[in-house]
Write a protein that binds this ligand. Sequence first.
Ligand SMILES: [Zn+2]
Length: 257
Amino acid sequence: MTSRRGYLIIICFIILLSFVVYITNHQNATKVVYDFPCGVPKTLVNPMSKDSTTSQFVIDRSKMWTQKKLEIYFMDDHITQETIDDVVEIANEWSEYSNIKFVSTEDIGKSDIRISFSSRKGYVSEIGNDAEKEMGKSTMSLGDLNNEKNNIKLKSIVLHEFGHALGLLHEMNNPNNPIVWKIPETYIYFKEEYGLESFEVDEQVINDIIDVKYSVFDSLSIMTYPIPAKLTHNNISIPMVSELSEKDKINIGINYN
Ligand SMILES: [Zn+2]
């Protein structure tokens, strides 16, 4: 998936099919179904030279934006103004805790982030300023979310994807992630639920980013994966997240100030 557009992409998954049931019941679902795999490409998981001294969560600081205003261009003609307004408003929740501001633009030439909606592509985003390498092309896909009526689902996905657009990686790759994986079960689970091969599970779920220091693992981060306890030896489960965690809010302010 990462190669077909020739740039570094994080392929994202968020609960879809069981999402409404999960939220409505506020209890553990016996089987959570995810529509899209979500992961960190191998090039990002393997050792990197990063300035992590002030980085509190998994962020590639080399991909952080230097400007404070990021202009978003919506590439599809059929997208409603309501959808545009909703996406920009949700994205700006990150702005409440940092010096970044997202605004929509009708000038693709001025845009920093270009959003398309394609269910075929799922939910994906460039990592931070990698978007600058794709001038005139889509840098984020929000899948089938045009006119999405489930505001919680929309919020969860948009916040997550814009986290990537700010340079954030998945919290799962935090070296302080305490999960002790049941490896065979994890491979099987992610194959069944996400269609991931074992090496992809290694890259996108199990492997840590190494040689860097990060804060305590934040299981409530918007950048986590939902994980059922049955995949872990130490009985850790991670719920689906649809809000910025308190650490997300603090940490985005540390990195963008
Ligand atoms: Zn993601």
